[in-house]
Write a protein that binds this ligand. Structure first.
Ligand code: ASP
Ligand code: MG
Length: 439
């Protein structure tokens, strides 16, 4: 069985919902995970915000506006009065429920309940639409099987067992629709898997039912060549290893968050990124398979600052790096690239909020130099150390470009260069020529 997830924009209007319905009715049994209609979760956050601030009037204004929007969606979505009425009644009940929270004290617990309404409504709408169209579609209530434990981590044993029980109630359904994002916590209270959590839901469900494939449908290009950060002149990236995808995630490639796909990765279930606007394109497949000897993509990230700490005290000393890293940690600044020699270490950061404090502290341990407006260029592909030639090829491409740092060997899938931002274009072009076009 396949698990398909559609994001907020893919179900963002009545028209979009109809398109999704068309896409998923091909006679194959499947589980479909839906987000809230785009903008809804943000609006529910805003409503909660007013309630935290004890401003029920402000909250009510937004609640009414949101409800009016949904009324319109319902009118556009259904063709029969029966389904219009049925769905309208459901939505009214949910909004009345949201309104009831404007009269009481408001805590994190109430906020979670309010945030859950977006997915509860969108899944109800789509299930009703499919049923109106005569499709054998069933709503699987995520709150009955999606659960986190006392550490707020998903509980895979519980999920598997309870989901199987839910599926058994309607073994012959063609399409099972369920809510992304929402869950219950270890105490049975309504909770969620954090913003953007619907991908996580899909991955957890895929692992629980041992799906043949998990499909993540968005309305934006996943990894195609019109993403300016990814340069691959020959073809869109069709296939990535989970770790290659994780490397690219740092570069803001429109790709899944690595933690979201972890359950799929462990269960060895391939994840396919697909585009709702181009449904027949084959998309990008992410799996545990490596394409031997292939460079997949080159990505870049600007606004990087490089810091070098040089000290003769580092020579033959131990604990020097720990002291340096602790300084960054104490200012909640994460280090991205690192390079060391016997007497110095260079690191790159992309958050310069505490740069001055960090530099002050580092000066206790050595001579410090800073380079700003730098850019990380990352080459992703099968870069296992025993393969020969690939590093050389990438280095050769950088021949005419001043390189501040090189990082290789951190993973089997990456070699990174730190260069000046002003050299980025030239570097990307040259890498693309050398790695993909064999110039
Ligand atoms: N609706 C939730 C959000 O906007 C979850 C999701 O879309 O993935 O964050
Ligand atoms: Mg989303």
């Amino acid at each position: 069985m396949k698990v398909l997830k559609f994001g907020g924009t893919s179900v963002g209007s009545a028209q979009r919902m109809k398109e999704v319905a068309k896409l998923i009715t091909d006679g194959e049994q499947k589980i479909v995970v839906l987000s809230a209609m785009s903008g809804t979760t943000n609006t529910l956050v805003e409503i909660s915000d007013y309630l935290y601030k004890k401003n029920p009037e402000g909250a009510n204004e937004i609640i009414n506006r949101l409800e009016a929007k949904y009324k319109q969606h319902v009118n556009e979505l259904y063709s029969t009065d029966e389904y219009k009425q049925k769905t309208q009644e459901f939505i009214k009940a949910q909004f009345d429920y949201i309104r009831s929270y404007t009269k009481d004290i408001f805590t994190l617990f109430e906020e979670k309940v309010i945030l859950a309404q977006g997915e509860l409504i969108s899944t109800n709408m789509v299930t009703n639409y499919l049923q109106e169209q005569g499709v054998n579609a069933i709503l699987l209530p995520a709150l009955e099987f999606m659960r986190t434990d006392k550490n707020s981590e998903p509980d895979p044993v519980y999920i598997k067992e309870k989901l199987a029980a839910q599926l058994e109630i309607h073994p012959d359904a063609e399409i099972y629709i369920t809510q992304g994002f929402i869950c219950r916590n270890a105490y049975g209270e309504i909770d969620n898997l954090q913003r953007g959590g619907s991908d996580y839901t899909a991955s957890l469900i895929g692992a629980a039912v041992n799906a043949s494939e998990i499909q993540i449908w968005t309305d934006i290009d996943g990894m195609h060549d019109n993403d300016p950060r990814i340069v691959d002149k020959t073809s869109p990236v069709r296939h990535l290893h989970f770790e290659e995808a994780a490397e690219l995630a740092y570069f803001g490639a429109k790709i899944l968050h690595p933690t979201c796909v972890q359950p799929a990765k462990y269960a060895n279930i391939p994840v396919r990124l697909l585009n709702t606007m181009e449904p027949t394109a084959s998309g990008t497949l992410i799996s545990n398979d490596t394409e031997k000897g292939k460079i997949k993509a080159v990505a870049a990230k600007d606004n990087i600052t490089a810091i070098k700490i040089k000290s003769s005290r580092m020579l033959l000393a131990h604990g020097f790096l720990r002291k340096v890293f602790e300084i960054f940690e104490s200012y909640q600044t994460s280090i991205d690239m690192i390079c060391t020699s016997e007497v110095g270490v260079s690191v790159s950061i992309d958050n310069t909020k505490h740069l001055n404090e960090i530099l002050d502290d580092l000066k206790k341990y050595g001579t410090v130099t800073v380079d700003q407006d730098m850019c990380i260029i990352c080459v992703v592909g099968d870069l296992e150390w025993e393969n020969v030639g690939f590093e050389a090829k990438a280095l050769d491409a950088m021949r005419d470009i001043p390189v501040r740092m090189i990082s290789f060997g951190g993973s089997n899938y990456n070699i990174s260069f730190l260069i000046r931002e002003e050299d980025k274009k030239k570097a990307l072009q040259s890498l693309s020529d050398h790695l993909f076009n064999n110039k």
